[in-house]
Every structure is written in structure tokens, then in C-alpha cells.
Design a protein around this ligand. Structure first.
Ligand code: SF4
Length: 501
């Protein structure tokens, strides 16, 4: 028997229903299981519970567990060479090739059926790994993948097709440092030249093999590519919006608006260029789509604690975000974190500013959440906006009142809180009735007046107290006609209501 544990993260995050495995849990699993135990994934680079703490080598007390020091999939494959189980000590640690991932991704697609939420799973598609830049940003682990090796477009489409045939409907082209640079050309500059035709082939091909897909989103893109090649980048962004589903986010590694930090860490984009990039994505993607969210918006990532950081850095980052907000441009997500320094990166051992600036960082983060995130969220999803297909995921046991959390399928989905006890796993359309700093309060759309408590009916956008008592006094209604007859309500309120006899 063989136990394979995949774990780890290179970017810290918070999760709604799960958290990354801990070394103690790995030890328990490995102690309980017999046979060969292989551990791998990003955890091979080190382990840290959160950003702002350097990743440490994983010291677990499970002697017979093997840490795959390169690609775990290649290690496990080699263990079974010629159909026979080999001695793990004889296996070399290596990266898998693009040909191998082409074959394995189709053969291994069946595994999605083992996901607890199957068929409601998000399939992350890889196009390539490794950064094409000649100089790498000081904190980035992408350098460990070496020279970037791009998967053939046909292989990625074939993988989508295999997953689709097994029932998958949600896809994110998320595993690459810069989607715009997929099969980009090296013309000798620091930034590769994008190939719009390749992205057209990829996206149109995915749509062809997965005609009824529900989500097609992207993830990272390098803002420096957009600065260096605006025409090609614009063409690709238009292609993405033509074929994707709305609510998409182009996550941009801005990292810092302080030129001193940019210089000290070989960061990819100069602060003066950031505005143009945000504007370009807004021009193409800010229109509202069928999911209820804008088609495609930028997400901005900032990293703190890097060499060269000073109090001024915090001011410059804040000023940039404030300018974006005041200009009317939309940003869907602002990710601010302290660096998680991994062994082998330039910043490893040079991250003292993380600790020195911790208090300053927390205060600044709070300020951004209140003064930027909140007003930005109000613009992106104003009161009354309807978000389609929110999956109910969790009942908040700590809340004194009924509270169900859910999210749409998609890239960096918004957290939606319903003041009701909704069935977990159900998909509900959500009308926004309030905003938190990074979440929204919503009621099901439309809302059944016969079964909904008074406190929740009160939340219907635009409904006054007198209308609420009129609605409540007439419950139960046989149908919508009876409701309309008994309570004179304007059309824009009626659309939020329904009657389930
Ligand atoms: S952060 Fe992006 S541009 Fe910088 S080295 Fe990593 S992948 Fe390359």
C-alpha cells in the first residue's frame, strides 16, 4: 500500500471550510498508515502557518515518511516503474515533463469524483510553470521551477475535456505566473512578448469541449507584460472576456508602490505604471455580467516586510489605492500580506522588517480594509445587486442568530452571509443587502414571504416599515397575485419577493 499526502502553500491564505494540514496531522496520518508514505507538494519548500513568518523546513517525527523533494507526481510514478513497486530509496527526485503531465492529467481526471463536494468542484488548469523573467523578484518561489516549460494548448484542452466528461463544470486557468505570457516569445527583452493567437485557441478550444461549463476564470497575470506590450495584452484581455464567465479576476502582483522597495527586490513593475494597467483591465472588463459581478476586474497583491521598506512605503501604497478608488476605477480584491520567506529565495534571512513593522502593518491593513475595501465593495456590488448561484457552505455556530455563509464558484469568490439557516450544499441567488469590509450580507432572491421571518423581510432593499407590517399581517399568501392585491408594492420591490404556498 502507498499513502500519498499532498500539501503546503506558497502564499498564505485564510479558508472558509478547511485549513492546510499541520505537521502534527501529517505525523498522525503517517503513524497510523502502513506501507510506503510519500509527502509532497509545496510543503517541500517549507512550512509556515501564516505570512510574516519564514517558512521552516518541515521537521516531522515520522521516520519512514519520504518527502518528495521535487514533483511528487513524478516520484510516485517512478515508484511503480514497469508496474512493480520499487524501493523508494532508489528513486531520484525530479520534475515531471510537460509530456507526462499531458498524459497523467487525462488518466487521473477520475480523482475529482473523490472530492467531498463532487460534482461541485473547481478544476485548476495549469498552462506552465516557471517565470520567464531574467531576474526574479526577491521573494518569489517560481524560480524553483526553472526554465518555464509551456504545455501544448491541445493538452490543456484535452484535460478540460476529460474533466468535463466526468461532470466538472467549473474551471480556472490558474497555474501559471502570467497567463498573458502563455507561449510568449523571447525577443531578448526582460518581459516576454505575448501571443494573442495562442490564448484565442486555448479559450475557444475550452469552450468547444466544455460547452455547458459554468465557470471559466483566470488567475495571475504579470502587470509588466501589459506595460511592455499593451496592444497584445489588450487583445488577450478581450479574448478572455469573450469566452470566460463573469466575476473573473486578473490577479496582479504589484507588490509595492515604493520605488525603493521595487529597486531593492527586483520587482517587476514601476509604481508609475500601475494605474495604466488597472485602467486597461477596467476598460475591457468592468461591465456587469450574468453572474451579477463585473466581467473581469483587477486584483492587486501587495507584499510587505521586503528589504527597503520604510514607513513611507505604507503611505505610498495607501495613496496609490486611494487614487484608484477616487478615480472611479474598480478593483475586486486587494491582497496585502507580509512576506513568507522561503529558503533559496533572495529574501530568505533578510526579512527582519516583517517583525520590525508588524504593528505598523496591522494598523495599515485595517485602514485599507475600512477606507478602501469597504467603499470599493459598495461600488462593485451595490445594495440590491443579485449574485447568481451562491453555494451554501457553512452555518456559523458562533453566531447567536441564524447565519449561513456561501460563495459563488469562481476565482477569489466574495463571502456571502445570509441571516438564515439555509440548507448546506444548496445553490441560492443572493440579493445584496449590506457590506462588510471583505464580505456581503444577502437575502435569498427571490425571498419567500410565507416562510421568511420578519427580521429578514425587513432587509429587502427599499422596503419601509409600514410595508413590512402589511406583508407580515397577510401571511400566508396563496400566490403572488394575492400578495399584490393585499399589499400595494412597487415593481422594484416585488421582484425581490416570491410566494411558496
Ligand atoms: S513574482 Fe512574478 S515576475 Fe516576479 S519572479 Fe515571481 S513569477 Fe516572476
Amino acid at each position: 500500500d502507498i499513502v500519498v499526502i499532498l500539501s503546503g502553500m506558497t502564499v498564505p491564505g485564510k479558508y472558509l471550510r478547511s485549513s492546510p494540514i499541520t505537521p502534527g496531522e501529517i505525523e498522525n496520518l503517517c503513524t497510523l498508515a502502513s506501507g510506503i508514505k510519500v509527502l509532497g507538494g509545496p510543503i517541500r519548500l517549507g512550512f509556515s502557518k501564516e505570512g510574516g513568518k519564514g517558512a521552516k523546513e518541515l521537521g516531522i517525527d515520522a521516520e519512514d515518511t519520504i518527502l518528495a523533494k521535487s514533483d511528487i507526481e513524478a516520484f510516485v510514478y517512478d515508484l511503480f516503474e514497469n508496474g512493480k513497486l520499487c524501493d523508494p530509496e532508489d528513486i531520484s527526485h525530479r520534475m515531471r515533463t510537460v509530456d507526462e503531465i499531458g498524459r497523467w492529467s487525462k488518466l487521473g481526471a477520475f480523482i475529482i469524483a473523490q472530492h467531498p463536494d463532487y460534482p461541485h468542484v473547481m478544476c485548476e488548469m495549469e498552462t506552465y510553470r516557471g517565470c520567464g523573467r531574467k531576474v526574479h523578484c526577491s521573494f518569489c518561489t517560481e524560480r524553483f521551477y526553472g526554465h518555464s516549460d509551456h504545455r501544448p494548448v491541445a493538452d490543456v484542452i484535452a484535460e478540460v475535456s476529460s474533466l468535463y466528461d466526468l461532470g466538472a463544470r467549473n474551471f480556472r486557468i490558474g497555474r501559471q505566473p502570467d497567463l498573458l505570457s502563455y507561449h510568449a516569445k523571447d525577443i531578448g527583452a526582460d518581459v516576454l512578448q505575448p501571443s494573442p493567437d495562442v490564448l484565442e485557441t486555448l479559450y475557444s478550444g475550452i469552450r468547444k469541449v466544455a460547452p455547458e461549463l459554468k465557470v471559466l476564470h483566470m488567475d495571475n497575470t504579470n502587470p509588466a507584460t501589459m506595460v511592455a506590450y499593451p496592444e497584445q495584452s489588450l487583445e488577450i484581455l478581450k479574448t478572455i472576456v469573450k469566452y470566460h464567465t463573469s466575476g473573473d479576476i486578473a490577479a496582479l502582483g504589484i507588490e509595492s508602490a515604493d520605488p525603493a522597495v521595487v529597486r531593492a527586490n527586483d520587482l517587476k513593475i514601476h509604481p508609475d505604471d500601475v494605474f495604466d494597467v488597472i485602467e486597461m483591465i477596467n476598460d475591457v472588463g468592468s461591465a456587469r455580467g450574468s453572474s451579477g459581478l463585473p466581467e473581469l476586474l483587477p486584483g492587486l497583491n501587495f507584499v510587505h516586510g521586503l528589504p527597503g521598506e520604510s514607513k513611507k512605503t505604507f503611505e505610498l501604497n495607501y495613496d496609490l489605492l486611494k487614487d484608484v478608488l477616487d478615480s472611479g476605477l474598480l478593483v475586486r480584491r486587494i491582497n496585502i500580506r507580509q512576506v513568507m520567506a522561503f529558503p533559496g529565495t533572495k529574501v530568505y534571512g533578510d526579512d527582519d522588517l516583517v517583525y520590525k513593522h508588524k504593528k505598523l502593518f496591522l494598523k495599515y491593513k485595517e485602514k485599507i480594509r475600512k477606507e478602501i475595501d469597504l467603499p470599493m465593495l459598495r461600488k462593485i456590488v451595490p445594495i440590491g445587486t443579485v449574485l447568481k448561484d451562491v453555494m451554501c457552505e457553512l452555518h456559523d455556530e458562533r453566531s447567536k442568530h441564524d447565519l449561513t455563509f456561501g460563495r459563488q464558484f469562481g476565482s477569489y469568490p466574495l463571502l456571502v452571509g445570509f441571516p438564515l439557516d439555509l440548507p448546506l450544499g444548496a445553490f441560492v441567488d443572493a440579493a445584496i443587502v449590506g457590506h462588510g469590509q471583505r464580505s456581503v450580507k444577502a437575502i435569498p432572491f427571490p425571498l419567500d414571504v410565507n416562510s421568511t421571518p420578519l427580521q429578514v423581510i425587513k432587509e429587502i432593499p427599499g422596503l419601509n416599515a409600514m410595508d413590512v407590517s402589511k406583508i407580515i399581517s397577510g401571511v400566508p399568501y396563496a400566490n403572488m397575485d394575492e400578495l399584490v392585491q393585499k399589499v400595494a408594492l412597487p415593481e422594484n420591490i416585488l421582484e425581490y419577493l416570491s410566494v411558496n404556498p
